[in-house]
Design a protein around this ligand. Sequence first.
Ligand code: NAD
Length: 453
Amino acid sequence: MKDCIEAQRSFFDSGETLDLNFRRTQLKLLEELLRENEEQLFDAIYSDFQKSEFETTVTELELIYREIREAVRKLDRWARPQRAATNLLNFPSYSFVMPEPLGVSLIIGTWNYPYQLCLLPAVAAMAAGCTVVLKPSELAPTSSAIMAKLINENFHPGYFWVEEGDAATTRELLKHKFDKIFFTGSTEVGKIIYKAAAEHLTPVTLELGGKSPAFVTANCDLGMSVKRLIYAKFINAGQTCIAPDYVMVDKQIEQQFLQRCKEEIQKAEYSISNHNYVQIVNHRHFDRLLALLNEEKVYYGGETHRDARTISPTILRNVDFSDAIMQEEIFGPLLPVIPYDGLDLALKQAAQLPKPLSCYVFSKRKAEQRKVLNALSFGGGCINEALMHVTNPHLPFGGVGASGFGRYHLKAGFLTFSNLKGVMKKPSWFELNLKYHPLTTVKLWWIRLLYRV
Ligand code: NAD
């Protein structure tokens, strides 16, 4: 590990990654490797938690390909120094902001979208000109192994290296000095990462989780709202950081809402017997979810198979904020539905929880949409849709408060792995002598004036 990090440091110091053509070539190589080995990537993720080729393509590989293509296309524009304005006090100067790569980066990924959550940050780091040590999650071991094989056999280890292992490996990595740490995972582990990074004053991006709410008002298009919500909740068996964690529904339409949810689940192919229904990642998470599943509150679903690690899409009703299921991020196929009597009150209740990664509002009324957006602080979200904002690369992605900080995807990702040097260039043919001795009252008057304009 020490050798690998030293090799990365000297590779970075060689200046090779400053060359934009080098960055483009490496990004294209990554795309080529993934495209040529798609079958192996599909098999690996299927054996980890039964994720299908269709969902792997839609929610992982295509996002990575698109990000690479855009980065290659826009790299010149992103990396070019950007002109900035100059104030009158500094006349006559020219100012600009110059991005430079931060250096050797450590990316710690998680398992629920193993390719996307490891490789999208890596693409951002490569575009910015950083070197990358990637630590995927041990909870998706086959997906981790295929990434390690493809990357370690095809990239210079001083440039891009995958270090497989568990929490102990992460702890060991964290003892070393990196120039940037990008972590995706739970809020608890995020705190450990942040503390370790402070030791070296390493800048950190934390992509964490939380309880993302969805608000369904009486003024929504009920059919379409339920269709989109059910998709967003049960894809990947609810193991999605931006899945709607719970739904608050206007009590006037609660019955119709529940009925529609049931019909929509029956229509979709989300069932335990379907080989494309994603498994819960391990027995520890399975048992955690079981403890949250209060059978008395099950409206629909609730079927569990411990051996197969599957839980059917489950809707819970009559849930309130004191229930166990409302005390932690669910991260599984259990959807609590909480009826509300007045949107203001519902928003007040949701605002008591730590700031979530996402928030969704289903309503045709602009006033209600605005009310939700203004009342809650969250990382990102959708109006009359759920989850899909992550597939729009032009929106910076990340959390706030307990759901993390920092942003990525396209230019936001490039900037996350860059240091922005602010530079002012001044000619020698003119100097306002105001700042020099003797320090007079008249000079002070002028300086005060020039600071204001
Ligand atoms: P986790 O925090 O347990 O693990 C993530 C990574 O941290 C893994 O690589 C793991 O090896 C490492 N790790 C685990 N324990 C550690 C420790 N004690 N010390 C050092 N490293 C340690 O996360 P998880 O449970 O696998 O993933 C689920 C969480 O991740 C959920 O909270 C979810 O919301 C969040 N998540 C967030 C995003 C996002 O983009 N914001 C995406 C996916 C998942």
